[in-house]
Design a protein around this ligand. Structure first.
Ligand code: MN3
Length: 210
C-alpha cells in the first residue's frame, strides 16, 4: 500500500469515543482526538501547502529528513508532523479494557530485556511520570528486536531510522487533565490496562518492514 502523503487526513478513532472508559472518558478522548489531533493534521497540511516537492513525501520520510527540509518548514513539520505521527500511533495502540496481556515474541523480549513484565512496567511508568513538561514515553525496538524505553519532548519522535515504535503514552496535560487534573500517575497506571497487545505484537513482528 502506498504511504499516505499530503493532504493528510485525520484518521477516525479505531473504536467508539466511550470505548476506553473508565480509564479515559468520552469527553477526554473526544477533545483529544477531534480537537488536538485534528489541529496537528490541519497545521501540517498548512505548512506543506506551498511546497509541492514535500507533498510527495510520506509522514515518516518528512520526519526522518527534517534537517534537509527548507528552513521555514523544519519547525512546523517537527511539531505538527510529529503531532500527527504520535497521536495516530497512540490512539491505535489502545483498546477497551478486556484483561489482555503481553504475549508471543514481544512478551518474551520484555522478559529478556527488562527482567520481567513487572520490571518493565515500573520502568515504563517512571519514564511517563518523570517526563518533565509535555512529551511522550515510548517502547521501541531496534532492528534486532532489542527493546528499550525512550522519552521524547513536545511532539518529537525517536530516531525512526534506528528504532521502530511499538507503542507510546501521551503525557501532555491535554491527554488527561479534563479527567485526572494533575494526577498524571493515575492516568498512566490506567493506560497500562488499555494497551492493545495484539497490535503491539504485530508491530514488533513487522519492525524490519516499517
Ligand atoms: Mn496529545
Amino acid at each position: 500500500m502506498k504511504a499516505e502523503t499530503y493532504p493528510f487526513v485525520a484518521r477516525p478513532l479505531p473504536y467508539e469515543y466511550d470505548a476506553l472508559s473508565p480509564v479515559l472518558d468520552e469527553e477526554t478522548l473526544t477533545f483529544h482526538h477531534d480537537k488536538h489531533y485534528k489541529t496537528y493534521v490541519d497545521n501540517l497540511n498548512n505548512a506543506l501547502s506551498d511546497y509541492p516537492q514535500l507533498q510527495q513525501m510520506s509522514l515518516k520520510e518528512l520526519l526522518t529528513s527534517i534537517d534537509k527540509l527548507p528552513q521555514a518548514v523544519q519547525t512546523p513539520v517537527r511539531n505538527n508532523g510529529g503531532g500527527v505521527y504520535n497521536h495516530e500511533l497512540y490512539f491505535d495502540s489502545m483498546k477497551g479494557m478486556d484483561g489482555q496481556e503481553a504475549f508471543g515474541t514481544l512478551a518474551e523480549a520484555i522478559d529478556r530485556d527488562f527482567g520481567s513484565y513487572k520490571n518493565w512496567k515500573e520502568q515504563m511508568k517512571q519514564a511517563a511520570i518523570s517526563k518533565f513538561g509535555s512529551g511522550w514515553a515510548w517502547l521501541v525496538s531496534d532492528a534486532d528486536g532489542k527493546l528499550s524505553i525512550v522519552q521524547t519532548a513536545n511532539q518529537d519522535v525517536p530516531d525512526l531510522t534506528a528504532f521502530s515504535p511499538i507503542f507510546l503514552v501521551d503525557v501532555w496535560e491535554h491527554a488527561y487533565y479534563l479527567q485526572y487534573q494533575n494526577r498524571r500517575a493515575d492516568y498512566v497506571e490506567g493506560w497500562f490496562d488499555l494497551i492493545n497487545w495484539r497490535k503491539a505484537q504485530k508491530r514488533y513482528e513487522d519492525r524490519q518492514k516499517q
